[in-house]
Ligand binder design. Structure first.
Ligand code: GLA
Length: 373
């Protein structure tokens, strides 16, 4: 195993163990998690592997096989920079929660395609949280690890994300999507056997990343919170009469509410179709989700729209952007015998725009975080 080998070379002894946590795609339920709503992500086969050994001081010795050949020693947590903040944030969050964890030496080996919007940062947080939980026998549940990782990201890294990505990484099961009620935090594994139906979910990594992403994410959250306040509900999850709500709202808030309320219904409808064994029929919901994210929530971008439209034109049963938006990836539900057509159509569309070709990745629901050795 590369991470363990590199650990031996870097630190001169064996790691105590090796852990792995996956990235995710979201099938449906976008920008609903921080509105106490519903999500349906699943873990992807790409993730982050970490070889770890505890230290008896508070230093974090950190080496990534994707950057740098020498480990860096982080002693002043607040001054940690870039990707290392996701790791340091987990130590910080554990201590905030009263757990007496010391430092550790860690080698990270990640294979989540960079910038694809497949939550490599959540995978990084969760793998470190799980390793420390095991080594220190903290007895935290997978949900606890997800919440702690979210806290690291919210309060240490400073990205006000919801719970979806960390939950998907920590709680997913192979061959299943993860339904989560983001208010009660109850989860359910939903069988997603696409191969039996001759279907695949194709990830189209647009390669685009628009810098607005973080600021716009915070603004959407703010729009939703102020709309909820105006409507006198705890969260947009509680809006039951959409027409009545829209009648008293205007501008951006009105559009955001329209998306969140209908998106929650789409998650439930999609689960109903899966339960009925009608996986071929979920495409229309994917399309509707994309249109709503594009026009009402306004988090799509040209690269995502072109990918989605071309995929459908090429014969996909449905397609949508996945994740936070402003770049990253789209997903398309494609029958095996249409796969070549779909890819060709998307490639052609990108070429016509003068854009670099997108990357295609086949997504099968992978296992959640686990210990390897
Ligand atoms: C990002 C956030 C998630 C979620 C999605 C949008 O991935 O990290 O919590 O809000 O955007 O659905």
């Amino acid at each position: 195993m590369r991470a363990a080998e590199a650990f031996r070379t870097a630190f001169g002894h064996e790691p105590e163990g090796v852990w792995r946590a996956p990235g995710r795609v979201n099938l449906i339920g976008e920008h609903t998690d921080y509105n106490d709503g519903f999500v349906l992500p699943f873990a992807v086969p790409w993730g982050v592997t970490a070889a770890v050994h505890r230290r008896d001081d508070d230093t974090i010795g950190l080496l990534s096989l994707q950057g740098g050949s020498e480990p860096q020693a982080i002693t002043d947590y607040e001054r940690a920079e870039g990707w290392t903040r996701y790791v340091v944030g987990v130590f910080w969050a554990l201590r905030q929660a009263g757990h007496a964890v010391r430092g550790a030496d860690i080698v990270i080996d990640g294979d989540v395609p960079r910038g694809a919007g497949l939550s490599s940062s959540a995978a990084l947080e969760v793998v470190v949280a799980m390793a420390l939980n095991d080594l220190y026998e903290l007895g935290l549940s997978r949900l606890d690890l997800a919440l702690l990782s979210q806290k690291a990201e919210n309060d240490f890294v400073g990205m006000p994300c919801g719970i979806m990505d960390q939950a998907a990484s920590a709680l997913s099961e192979e061959g299943r999507a993860l339904f989560m009620d983001c208010r009660s935090l109850a989860t359910r594994a939903v069988p997603l056997d696409l191969a039996a139906e001759g279907l695949q979910i194709l990830i189209i990594d647009t390669g685009a990343h628009h810098e607005l992403a973080d600021g716009q994410y915070a603004r959407r959250r703010h729009d939703c919170e102020s709309a909820a306040k105006r409507l006198g509900v705890k969260a947009l999850r509680d809006v039951t009469d959409l027409a009545a709500a829209l009648a008293v709202l205007e501008g951006d808030e009105r559009k955001r509410v329209q998306h969140v309320v209908t998106e929650n219904h789409r998650v439930e409808a999609l689960i109903g179709l899966l339960r009925a064994g009608a996986v071929r029929e979920i495409g229309a919901l994917l399309n509707a989700s994309h249109i709503s994210l594009r026009d009402q929530y306004e988090v799509s971008c040209a690269e995502l729209d072109v990918a989605v439209e071309a995929a459908v034109r090429g014969g996909a049963r449905g397609a949508r952007m996945t994740g936070g938006g402003f770049g990253g990836s789209a997903i398309a539900l494609v029958a095996d015998d249409r796969m070549a057509d779909v890819r060709r159509e998307v490639e052609k569309a990108y070429e016509q725009q003068g854009w670099a070709p997108p990357r295609f990745l086949p997504a099968t629901p992978a296992p959640g975080a686990h210990r390897l050795t």
